[in-house]
Design a protein around this ligand. Structure first.
Ligand code: ZN
Length: 169
């Protein structure tokens, strides 16, 4: 099933998600649907709040469905180490028309549970690091516009208001 993606300023996007506690078939169906929604939107990551479900759950696939080894399911994710700095353009499926540079750590180590509840750790550099930080922000209710400089954020918010007025948001 392909979900409709929730757009800013829906309040579900700004609320920290509830911890995932049940690792059952229902959760695995949700994970499969989140991957399907990500691919249909040509994204590389999606967090549960973006489909209106306030849970600490996110899926990432940098290969966009081409390599099953790239599929990452992260329930209750936590950044346990971060190093360095990168400043690169980011987008978000909840802000389709906005792309902007955001400061992130260059490398992160993340601890999370998979769709069966098993804990694991994953290291990310470059794009994967950025994606992990972006999606973990989502499960914390933090949006990438709030990682931008105040100037860029105001420009982005102004652009959104204009699109809303024109009925294109
Ligand atoms: Zn996003």
């Amino acid at each position: 099933m392909i979900f409709k993606i929730v757009k800013y300023p829906d309040p579900v996007l700004s609320k920290p998600g509830e911890p995932v506690t049940e690792f059952d078939d229902e959760l695995r169906k949700l994970v499969a649907d989140m991957f399907e929604t990500t691919y249909a939107s040509q994204g590389i990551g999606l967090a549960a709040p973006q489909v209106g479900i306030s849970k600490r759950l996110t899926v990432i696939d940098l290969s966009m469905g081409k390599d099953p080894k790239d599929k990452l399911v992260l329930a209750n994710p936590e950044i346990i180490d971060r190093k360095g700095r990168q400043y690169t353009e980011e987008g978000c499926l909840s802000f389709l028309e906005i792309r902007e540079k955001v400061v992130r750590a260059a490398n992160v180590r993340v601890r999370a549970q998979d769709e069966y509840g098993k804990w694991f750790e994953v290291d990310g550099d470059d794009l994967l690091s950025r994606c992990l930080q972006h999606e973990i922000d989502h499960v914390d209710g933090v949006l990438f516009i709030f990682r931008m400089s105040p100037l860029k954020r105001n420009l982005a918010l102004r652009k959104i208001r204009k699109l809303q007025r024109d009925g294109e948001w």
